[in-house]
Ligand binder design. Structure first.
Ligand code: PEP
Ligand code: MN
Length: 365
């Protein structure tokens, strides 16, 4: 597996959960200062301050970001809050300007992650530095594209990496601005051990209501932090006005969330150990049963070969799928889970039997 450094080892004095807050866009020095002052007044100092300097707008004509000038205002943040600064970079020029202005952490936006050319350009521009990079998921739910972007940074020697789950564009489901897909960050964590995923409820929900609920969900799943757009006067924000919250509201949200702990940081209790041992034992039993089941499948395969029957038999498949799904649902297993499980088992059975047929054919020839 590719080695990378977790947020606590980025040398920025951060410890989890990582809370990133700040406006969608840097607008004016007064705006930046007011947000900082209100964060202080409300006693809500995030782990990092975010501000969009270049804004990837869906349609031209809306505010496209203040540009390099806004980076100078980040001194105001350092003065008031003394916390690391993170900004979005969308191309090599942005990356170079961010480096020149001592930005602490950069992030790659969802519209950039979809484009391997742009990601590579940014990676090349950052080569030779050890700036931390956070990669937002691409607009579409494509895990490989997300991992691929992280790999491009890793390949140029950047090891301080994290991911951000900001939901996925969906043409039909309008409950969210960007629909969350919790299996995807979970799967990223499975395939890239130790990869931390920050949740961005602001861009998922697209409005102020619901940010707390999604944040709590993310913490329940074991994600590693939150990025919440925060503005002193959200209704007047130059971008994403509907979804930004005031520092006072940010404080309420963070106080209301029940942060869950990763178990690695402590000794698991005896009770948890016992339960896990029970699960280990049942998994062994499951594997034994699967082994037996496939042994029978192989005998069926031999029979099909002898009688010149094709491997895939639609009627039988339909019957198996329907009856087992029904039984599973009666045992409180979800229909989706049952279908995926059966599909997986059937696929493996069919492939084994087809392989048997091929082996027999080769012997004949
Ligand atoms: C943002 O964070 O302001 C932003 C543009 O987000 P995304 O790339 O998730 O759309
Ligand atoms: Mn935004």
């Amino acid at each position: 597996m590719k080695e990378h450094k977790q947020i606590k080892d980025w040398g920025l004095g951060l410890k989890g959960p990582t809370i990133i807050a700040g406006p969608c866009s840097a607008e004016t020095p007064e705006q930046i200062e007011q947000i900082c002052i209100e964060m202080k007044e409300n006693n809500v100092i995030p782990s990092m301050f975010r501000a969009g300097i270049w804004k990837p707008r869906t349609r031209p004509g809306s505010f496209e970001g203040i540009g390099e000038e806004g980076l100078k205002w980040m001194e105001i943040v350092r003065h008031h809050l003394n916390i690391p600064i993170t900004v979005e970079v969308g191309n090599a020029a942005h990356a170079e300007i961010a480096l020149r202005n001592n930005v602490d952490v950069v992030w790659v936006g969802a519209r950039t992650t979809v484009n391997p050319f742009a990601v590579q350009e940014i990676a090349d521009a950052l080569r030779g530095t050890d700036i931390p990079v956070m990669v937002k998921n691409p607009m579409n739910p494509d895990l490989d594209l997300w991992i691929g972007a992280l790999e491009r940074f890793h390949a140029v020697g950047l090891t301080k990496l994290a991911a951000i789950h900001r939901g996925f564009s969906d043409a039909y489901d309008k409950r969210y601005r960007n629909k969350p897909n919790w299996s995807m960050p979970m799967h990223l964590k499975r395939v890239w051990t130790g990869m931390e995923v920050i949740n961005d409820p602001s861009h998922i929900v697209g409005k102020r209501d619901g940010i707390l609920e999604i944040s709590q969900k993310a913490m329940n799943f074991g994600l590693d932090g939150l990025m919440i757009e925060t503005h002193h006067d959200p209704d007047k924000a130059w971008s994403d006005a509907k979804q930004q919250v005031t520092p006072a509201r940010l404080k309420e949200i963070l106080d209301a969330i029940e942060f869950k702990r990763p178990l690695e940081s402590e000794q698991p209790s005896e009770r948890l150990n016992d339960l896990r041992r029970a699960v280990d034992h049942m998994d062994d039993q499951l594997l034994d049963i699967l082994q037996e089941r496939f042994a029978v499948i192989d005998q069926i395969g031999a029979h099909k070969r002898e009688h010149h029957l094709s491997v895939f038999q639609s009627d039988r498949w339909k019957e198996v799928m329907e009856s087992r799904t029904q039984k599973g649902v009666a045992k409180n297993l979800s229909e989706k889970f049952m279908k995926e499980l059966l599909y997986c088992i059937h696929e493996e059975s069919v492939k084994r039997q087809e392989k048997q047929l091929r082996a027999a054919d080769t012997v004949k020839k």
